[in-house]
Each structure stands twice: as C-alpha cells, then as structure tokens.
Design a protein around this ligand. Structure first.
Ligand SMILES: [Ca+2]
Length: 195
C-alpha cells in the first residue's frame, strides 16, 4: 500500500490505486483497454485478422496465450490469461473439422517428457516439423503433447522422432485423427493412455 500522490486528474484520464494488486478489482486495466488480436495463418502465405469474428478480441489485460486441446476433440483451443477483464478466458475451437494427430512422447534414455525431441511428419506433399518445447507465459505453460494439423489428409506417410539422446525412430503409414504415444526405443506405436 502506498499513498496516492494526489487526486487523479480525470480530464487527463489519470487513475491509480493504492495497492497495484487491486487494479483489476477496481476496474482498471494496465494495457489501456487495447484489444487482443488473433491472426489466422492462411496456408503459410498470409494472415487474416479474425479477432472480431472469433470473439477473441478481449479488452482485458492479456498476458499469455496457450494453444491446447481442452475439449479433446483434436482441435486446439485457446487459453488466455489476463490481469483484468477475467483471469482466464477459454476459447473453444469451432473451425470446420480437419485431420489431426496428437503425439505424446515418453523418453527412456532421454528425459521422460521427451523435451527437446524433434518430430518430422510427412503428410501428403507437406513436411511438418515440431519440437517438444512447452512454452511458458504469465501464469501459464503449454503442454508437452505435440499437435499436428493434417488438413484434408487422414494419415501420415512417415513419422520420425529424433530423441535428445541421439536415437531416432521412424513409423510408416500412421493413421491420423487420434492421440498416440511413442516410447523411446519401443517400435510399437500405441494409443495414448485414457484416450
Ligand atoms: Ca478442442
């Protein structure tokens, strides 16, 4: 708690609170009500601003966003952490259905979550590259599961895992639209537990 230096000048839109942790509860916002923006990657050639269309244009003080499949339907949803305007916003992905694959790695010689592993997926004419690196934000952390969008495809021609230990594994003709688990050194590709 600190004393207010003087009364706020409303004409200048000044404001403050004695305890900065109460900014949100007093209805203030550190980002001056700037709206969050969401851009849709269109085939790697352009970005479309879908902020209003998707209703993700919150004017809360957004601090971090995590893409994770909360509803477990193969479509990544968005979690947004804010300082004001609601501490946690969840945006369910309701885009048209498309092919997908979720991959969970279980290391043996490598670390248990496979953090640092590189996964290369060959899908139709595309090659997708992912790295297990759960990103961090304000009061948020992404999952260690990897998500692959397959578009119109329903299976992968080849899936290769390069583990941090230096070992590699390759799987052919991997069916999509499911959540799989790959264990280091185990040639069996299995459905993830509880899926
Ligand atoms: Ca979902």
């Amino acid at each position: 708690m600190v004393p207010a230096p003087r009364l706020p000048d409303k004409r200048l839109d000044e404001w403050w609170v004695e305890n900065p942790w109460m900014i949100a509860t007093r209805g203030f916002n550190l980002s001056s009500y700037e709206r969050n923006r969401t851009y849709l990657n269109v085939g790697g050639t352009a970005f479309h601003d879908i902020s209003t269309l998707s209703a993700t244009d919150s004017k809360g003080d957004g601090r971090s966003v995590i893409a994770v499949d909360v509803t477990q339907d193969g479509m990544q949803d968005l979690l947004v952490r804010q300082m004001g305007g609601g501490a946690l916003l969840v945006f369910e992905n309701r885009f048209p259905e498309a092919g997908w694959l979720t991959v969970t790695l279980r290391g043996d010689t490598s670390n248990t979550a496979g953090i640092g592993a590189r996964v290369i997926a060959e899908v139709a004419s595309r090659t997708l590259r992912r790295e297990v690196y759960p990103h961090n934000g304000n009061n948020a952390q992404g999952p260690t599961d990897l998500h692959l969008g397959l578009g119109d495809a329903r299976k992968l021609a080849r899936l290769t895992v390069h583990w941090p230990s230096g070992a590699s594994q390759t799987f052919e003709d991997v069916q999509g639209n499911r959540h799989i688990e790959i264990r280091e050194g185990d040639p069996t590709l299995r459905d993830a537990a509880g899926r």
